[in-house]
Ligand binder design. Structure first.
Ligand SMILES: [Zn+2]
Length: 327
């Protein structure tokens, strides 16, 4: 992938790269944004582009420097990430020692600090000295979900780049570029709410599609009070997957609403099932929100699930249209 191909940020990154090459900006970039929004991918792409010796547009992906970078064996790159909950001063001092050596390939050193907001205050102060007195050869990439964990003095030394999740459509486009079939890409993007990192993680998770099928099957089993335990039994043993199950249900609910309203659902391949489904999208969405709340207050999952299913049935019995299977 070239810098210019980075969906949503390509132009900005190329501009930044030109500024770096012209020596116009500080030698530290701070990438801030939610998990899965592309910060780490971008930092690595940018760093690779800086070390690339191939033709423009960079990174070329094929020159020896690019190959070493992609193999994780480029000698002028050092990546720090907290092994424990924090990143301590010793690790930063090691990094600074390393940066005081001459770059092996005669270019620049690259230092990537992941979860930079996990640096302890002494670690940040040690880093600050280096940021204040650059030797001109090191380029820093700080990556953080929340810049609030960084000292204001660190933040002021960095050029900040903010990342947000993409729209679901753009996210699906990125996934297709990475070789995922369009229909699956749209479903994953919808499930991940535009977070490319989360969508890729779901794609790599072999059990996920299986889980999704069981969730849909469970929802389709639900019809009357007598069906609740049968429907819940399909999902009750999924310890650890509660969050995924509720995400799948949320997307199903939103898509059901879209399909009912005549709009195109994200899971376009499931259009018929969505339209014919018994469960009302809006009621299911409410149920999902309530289930997350109960889970957060430590109610056990089987109870949360059965409660949610009974709520769906009971809302129907009290006269409101929850189950629209009579339509
Ligand atoms: Zn290259």
């Amino acid at each position: 992938m070239k810098l210019s191909e980075f969906t949503g940020y390509g132009d900005k990154m190329e501009q930044l790269m030109r500024s770096v090459q012209a020596g116009r900006i500080v030698h530290a970039l701070l990438f801030v944004g939610p998990r899965g929004s592309g910060k780490r991918t971008m930092a690595n792409l940018f760093a690779q582009a800086m070390l690339c010796r191939g033709p423009e547009p960079r990174p070329c992906g094929t020159c020896p420097a690019c190959k070493r970078y992609l193999a994780g064996s480029h000698p002028d790159v050092r990546t720090l990430r907290p092994e424990k909950k924090t990143l301590g001063v010793d690790e930063i001092r090691d990094l600074i020692d390393y940066l005081s050596l001459k770059p092996y390939e005669g270019g620049r050193h690259i230092a990537i600090i992941e979860q930079a907001d996990k640096m302890t205050p002494p670690a940040q102060n040690a880093l600050l000295k280096t940021l204040e007195n650059p030797d001109g050869e090191a380029m820093f990439f700080l990556i953080a979900e929340d810049a609030g964990g960084l000292l204001p003095t660190i933040r002021s030394r960095c050029q900040a780049v903010r990342f947000t999740d993409l729209s679901v459509e753009d996210c699906a486009g990125v996934l297709v570029k990475r070789g995922i079939a369009p229909e699956r890409a749209k479903m994953l993007a919808g499930m991940a709410q535009g977070s490319v990192g989360r969508a890729l993680a779901l794609n790599a998770d072999e059990g996920f599609m299986d889980l999704r099928n069981r969730v849909i099957q469970s929802l389709e089993t639900l019809g009357d009070a007598a069906s609740v335990s049968r429907a819940a039994a399909l999902l009750e043993d999924e310890k650890g997957a509660e969050g995924d199950i509720l995400d799948i249900m949320e997307l199903w609910a939103r898509d059901r609403m879209a399909a009912q309203a005549g709009a195109q659902p994200y899971q376009a391949g499931e259009y018929d099932r969505l339209v014919k489904g018994k469960i009302d999208g809006r009621a299911l969405l409410k149920g999902v929100v309530e289930a997350r709340r109960r889970l957060a207050s430590n109610v056990a999952w089987p109870g949360v699930l059965e409660n949610m299913y009974f709520d769906l049935i009971n809302t129907e019995n009290s006269g409101r249209t929850t189950l629209s299977w009579q339509r």
